[in-house]
Design a protein around this ligand. Structure first.
Ligand code: ZN
Ligand code: ZN
Ligand code: ZN
Length: 328
């Protein structure tokens, strides 16, 4: 597999003919329930559990840590080897205790582990960005039945995050304010699209959703980096854990399948001279979690000629999500 850059949109894609085998079906036993796999990091044990959240190397990684990126040109095209890291984070030792069923302490352990892994991977000077994501359900491309999230460390910043970074910088240049902080302020004032506020965190339906019932979770205070926030604020993870659990319960009252992705600041330890956004990133970027539900029957109409089409308004969606019956 290799990375190729689209010269027009400047997005990197991972491509090649090396089709990954279907891991989920290659074995009947759950590879995360036992003591298998290459454990990279483990969160401290919670009482009564064999282990807490832990990170292992992905059994069939898209990115590998060894070697040289081999960046090279081919006429107008750019390519490089898929250098980086690909890990699976076991969220919970129990096979059926997903994020929306786990205790807040268990979810907090997982969030702590995630921030430690991100901090650790950011120490590698070759790494530009670390993505944490979760695909749940058949229609979302779920890979393992065990409660897991995945993490990729790449030598480029993914397209969507790059959009956000550039937009955040432009907004900051003209207003000297963080666009996310401004969104939070207006949403809290209007209360039209607030799903729930909990401690320092807010769950909202975005003003212009890409898919029906899209939900974002953001810190109400300004902070560009999720992993740094975790280091500095005691109790942070418990409130965030509760809000994440409750928001997922709400989303799952609509549909089971969803994508979840964390957007945090790229590695700024090794500033790039060509990409100017590194300088003001702590002021103009604001970490958040995006939850993109997969509503099966309406899936076809999501993307109409590259313009997102969401047949449920955010205001209606938020009303339904707010009123969803959730426990705890
Ligand atoms: Zn399992
Ligand atoms: Zn902000
Ligand atoms: Zn985002």
């Amino acid at each position: 597999m290799e990375l190729r850059k689209d010269p027009i949109t400047r997005s990197w894609v991972i491509t090649g003919d090396d089709l990954p085998e279907n891991i989920a079906q290659s074995s009947t036993e759950c590879r995360f329930c036992g003591d298998s796999a290459h454990v990279i990091a483990v969160a401290p044990n919670t009482p009564g559990a064999p282990w807490s959240a832990r990170a292992v190397v992905h059994p069939n990684p898209l990115y590998r840590i060894e070697g040289d990126p081999g960046r090279r040109g081919d006429g107008i095209y750019d390519r490089m080897r898929s250098l980086g890291a690909h890990e699976v984070l076991g969220e919970n030792p129990h096979h059926d205790r997903h994020l929306w069923k786990a205790s807040d302490e268990e979810i907090a352990q997982f969030l702590r582990l995630a921030s430690e892994r991100i901090l650790d991977l950011k120490r590698d000077p070759r790494i530009k960005y670390i993505s944490l994501f979760k695909d749940f359900g058949k229609n979302a491309g779920q890979e393992f039945s065990h409660p897991t999230s995945q993490l990729t460390a790449t030598m480029f910043v993914p397209r969507r995050v790059l959009y956000e970074l550039r937009a955040g910088r432009e907004y900051f240049l003209s207003k000297e304010r963080c666009v996310f902080c401004d969104i939070i302020q207006q949403e809290e004032r209007q209360s039209l699209r607030v799903i729930e506020a909990r401690g320092d965190y807010l769950a909202i339906g975005p003003y212009a959703p890409r898919v029906p019932y899209e939900a974002w979770i953001l810190p109400r205070y300004h902070e560009s980096s999720f992993e740094r926030a975790g280091q500095n604020r005691a109790g942070l993870h418990l409130n965030l854990a509760a809000l994440l659990r409750r928001t997922l319960q709400r989303v799952r009252s609509i549909t089971e399948d969803f994508h979840l992705v964390l957007h945090t600041s790229p590695s700024s330890q090794h500033p790039s001279k060509t990409l100017g956004y590194w300088k003001t990133i702590d002021d103009d970027y604001h970490w958040h979690i995006e939850i993109l539900p997969v509503v099966g029957s309406k899936a076809k109409s999501y993307n109409f000629k590259e313009v997102y089409y969401s047949p449920v308004s955010s205001e209606t969606a938020v009303k339904q999500l707010r009123e969803a019956r959730i426990d705890g």
